[in-house]
Design a protein around this ligand. Structure first.
Ligand code: ATP
Length: 324
């Protein structure tokens, strides 16, 4: 079945050294980014069928990104180009503690200008899974395009998968970020958040089951909280639990969450009953954790996304360690 990823794709400018301000950074490397696009490439690299819906600038960066999708086996049937606005850029600061900060150039960028009329409805209606974030909700017209795409996918029976992927500098205020992120909360079948997003959304600093479950909604099938090198926690109507992370030598966590989501969606797209069967769900999450872990071992998101063979190799190696 087809997995469809909706949202932004942009260029990240990543400094060549960590722990310095943007002003002090001597140089930047360009890296394709945008969470929904990363998820699409994650799915494709693992052998899944996937398309990306979004808008790029009709400029060199936009065509470069379109080429990257194509080269990685992601269908461009849903891709459009804007004649007037440029492809979005983000300058990244790599803080000494490993966290990233972003400064965006979007005034407006092409992704923000996707309109409902430009949506490829046939493509949307053919999706088994429709995955999206929250950045496309920030302003019009991409907000209306996002809402329409979600509605059409749902009507056609797709599973809706939501990773809010909070980027606070893009929002006018924290309050508006929370409100708009929650405005589509109860439409999603699967929601994945990180520990940081859990704290932000619940305005707490306790990461526990009660806090996670305060975000539960009656139509939700699966809630996932990713915890970096502590793995992930899962919640369904019937059970909850955690799956440990793999031990790896992490050098850059960019894209770990996207890799995790892409891997999980690939495991459930053709058999949604996996969500309701705890042993099989744990297997799928173990695979997703392995994919997330591998993604941290190389710089950049897309170059670090694993193939299925690489993920299975890590899983086998880890189980051998346990038996020694
Ligand atoms: P992103 O950095 O892309 O925003 P995220 O914060 O959404 O990522 P994380 O919790 O960092 O997501 O990572 C997703 C998954 O990847 C984790 O659940 C874990 O399985 C794996 N992972 C991330 N970091 C590490 C690490 N340092 N070591 C091992 N596994 C990791």
């Amino acid at each position: 079945g087809l997995i469809l990823c909706f949202g932004e794709m942009l260029i990240d400018f990543v400094p060549t050294v960590s722990g310095v301000s943007l002003a002090e950074a001597p140089a930047f490397l360009k890296a394709p980014g945008g969470a929904p696009a990363n998820v699409a490439i994650a799915v494709s690299r693992l052998g899944g069928k996937v398309a990306f819906i979004g808008k790029l600038g009709d400029d060199e960066f936009g065509h470069m990104l379109a080429g990257i999708l194509k080269k990685n086996g992601v269908s461009d049937d849903g891709l459009t180009f804007d004649q007037s606005a440029r492809t979005a850029l983000a300058f990244v600061t790599l803080r000494a503690d490993g966290e990233r900060e972003f400064m965006f150039y979007r005034n407006p960028s092409a992704d923000m200008l996707l309109t409902p009329n430009e949506l490829n409805l046939n493509l949307i209606r053919s999706a088994k899974v429709f995955h999206y974030g929250s950045i496309s909700l920030i302003v019009e017209p991409s907000r209306s395009a996002h809402l329409k795409a979600m509605e059409e996918a749902k009507k056609a029976g797709a599973l809706l998968s939501y990773d809010p992927n909070l980027r606070l500098p893009l929002w006018p205020s924290e309050k508006e970020a929370r409100e708009k992120i929650f405005s589509i909360w109860d439409k999603a079948d699967v929601i994945k958040i990180s520990d940081n997003e859990l704290e932000f959304l619940t305005k707490t600093n306790t990461i526990d089951d009660a806090t996670a479950l305060s975000l539960w909604h009656p139509n939700l099938k699966l809630l996932l909280v990713t915890l970096g090198d502590h793995g992930c926690r899962y919640y369904t109507k019937k059970f909850k639990g955690s799956v440990d992370a793999f031990k790896v030598n992490a050098v850059d966590t960019t894209g770990a969450g996207d890799s995790f989501v892409g891997a999980l969606l690939g495991k459930i797209v053709d058999d949604l009953s996996v969500i309701e069967d705890e042993p099989r769900l744990k297997e799928a999450l173990k695979f997703a954790n392995a994919c997330g872990a591998i993604t941290t071992t190389k710089k950049g998101a897309i170059p670090a996304l694993p193939t299925e063979a690489e993920a299975l190799e890590l899983i086998n190696k880890a189980s051998q360690w346990k038996t020694i």
